[in-house]
Design a protein around this ligand. Sequence first.
Ligand code: SF4
Length: 286
Amino acid sequence: MKQLKLLEYRKEKLHIVSFSGGKDSAAMLLRMIELGDPIDKIIFFDTGKEFPELYDYVKRMSAYTKETIGVEVEWIQPHATKSGATFEDWFYGKRVGGFHDGKQRGWPMAKDPGCWWSRQSKMVPGNKICNGHYRYLGFAKNEEKRVKFYKTPNPRTGKSKHDDGHIYPMVDWDWNEEDAREYLIERGWAEPFHVQFNRTGCYLCPYQPVKSLKVLARKYPHHYEEILELQKNSPNDFKPGIGYDELLKIREEALAEGDSPEETRAEGVGSGCPMKEAPSLIQIGG
Ligand code: SF4
């Protein structure tokens, strides 16, 4: 009898909210609570490389969701599990297949084949946890093209990159990223990083622009130092044309220039995981 109940539970579709701590998913989650939408699980993928302010925010949100709907934010830490591996394990690990087979991986590629850490810390566990359930994603209306792309079936296979369980409430509400930002400000849930920066992401993300790196060098010198240390041991450059010497130069310039609020507003620290928390089934090699 007990077994049956477990099977029944497994068949039941859960409503799972993907929460990254960024403004879009935060606004989505808070609005869903306000609307009384069903929420069984709230998941946060911890890359292990987020900014300290973001971790604090996730904890604060978890306390709030526990109090209001009785659901805490679950931290998914692939690197903290038995089978998981840390960013460093992957960084120093060897590539499998392709032209670079057997060579040290080093930095994730800013272009193709994409970020192996996004795949390992977000996509793989996300697909496992959410498989067969409803998954709510904070994609804004102005990202509709991206949603369409994920949903469009491949003409050859007839399958889309997303299964039918993915839901984009902000697209349904007609909310763009600015609406999400304003909503958070109104509700008292906006943190400086939500207002100043477009996206959040790992502080060592190679996708971030130089402006963002300069902010990092000034505001988070120990994180910048970590990038330099990794660069010393990487077979590839942090970004195309930006290796160890260039990183040193960027830091020098950043310190000489000093703070510039307009600059941070324009690009922001950790300009954001381009993969967002997308549960894409896209194949990323490396
Ligand atoms: S923020 Fe950058 S480094 Fe981190 S998972 Fe996303 S793409 Fe990869």
